[in-house]
Design a protein around this ligand. Structure first.
Ligand code: DGL
Length: 283
């Protein structure tokens, strides 16, 4: 069996890359829903449906575990699918399958509080000092998942989400660096204006943005720590697999890349980020 990695487009490759580094002998199938990208401006119902179809495709391609390497899908669809679709689907296909997201691992990395300890930290509000800026899609911002989940774990963190409506699309369509830098600078300035100062730390809460981490670093005050989702997610998946031997990730180190869009080589930014060209097959 293989591990499936799903995103609306190329952004999830940042997570896939970290997973491959951590689990080098595992088999992976990556699916980019480029026919429907970007997800960030879509309705909740659309995002749930598209995410379910993507998971079905990956399970159909021999995966038993799917990682939603997409904040928008994880924020809007993961819980719904786990509660309303997966139990029946498991019965239907007669083997263990599961879908995991990347938001909880990111929040654990940002707060230092694992999921299990969450309730022990609830209590009196303390003065909020640590400003955590989250750059994400409009759908992720609207879900308020980061504010809600971080508040459960760490009351001394003030969370400010900055929706960046066009950024994932620009990255996906290979916009040049000057255009991306102008867009990022605008959003960093807008968040800083709302907070009254720049954030103390930041999460790039859309997997596409990780490809432009250097551009964010240049727009934020020097040395602002960035919490990296790909590394945090890969570490969490490795721990999950150790606890769940029923999800055998394979051992042939095979890598398939599927797209619902145009098959072929992906754009220059992806190649630079990945270190080699990636060839996609039609899904
Ligand atoms: N890369 C995705 C995310 O992490 C989705 C971007 C989009 O499709 O709008 O949110």
């Amino acid at each position: 069996m293989a591990i499936g990695v799903f995103d609306s487009g190329v952004g999830g490759l940042t997570v896939h890359h970290a997973l491959v580094r951590r689990l080098p002998s595992a088999d992976f199938v990556y699916l980019a829903d480029q026919a429907m990208t970007p997800y960030g401006g879509r309705s909740g119902e659309e995002i749930v449906d598209l995410t379910r179809v993507g998971c079905e495709r990956l399970f159909g391609a021999g995966c038993n575990l799917v990682i939603l390497a997409c904040n928008t899908a994880a924020a809007v669809a993961l819980r719904r699918l786990q509660q309303t679709w997966l139990p029946d689907y498991r019965r239907e296909i007669g083997r263990p399958v599961n879908v995991l997201g990347l938001i909880v691992p990111t929040i654990e990395a940002a707060t230092g509080v694992p999921w299990e300890q969450e309730t022990e930290r609830r209590g009196e509000k303390v003065e909020k000092l640590d400003v955590l800026g989250i750059f994400c899609t409009p759908a992720t911002a609207k879900s308020r998942v980061y504010e809600i989940e971080i508040d459960k774990r760490a009351q001394d963190v003030a969370v400010f989400c900055e929706p960046c409506p066009d950024l994932a699309r620009e990255i996906e369509t290979g916009a040049d660096e000057a255009r991306l830098a102008a867009n990022v600078a605008e959003h960093v300035a807008e968040l800083s204006r709302r907070v009254g100062r720049p954030p103390d730390r930041a999460i790039l809460g859309c997997t596409h943005y990780e490809i432009t981490a250097d551009i964010f670093r240049a727009a934020l005050p020097p040395g602002t720590p960035l919490i990296h989702q790909p590394g945090a997610t890969a570490e969490a998946v490795e721990r999950y697999l150790a606890r769940h031997p029923e999800y055998d990730p394979g051992s042939a180190a095979s890598r398939r890349f599927l797209t619902t869009g145009r098959p072929g080589k992906q754009n220059g930014l992806v190649e630079r980020f990945w270190g080699e060209p990636l060839m996609f097959e039609g899904a």
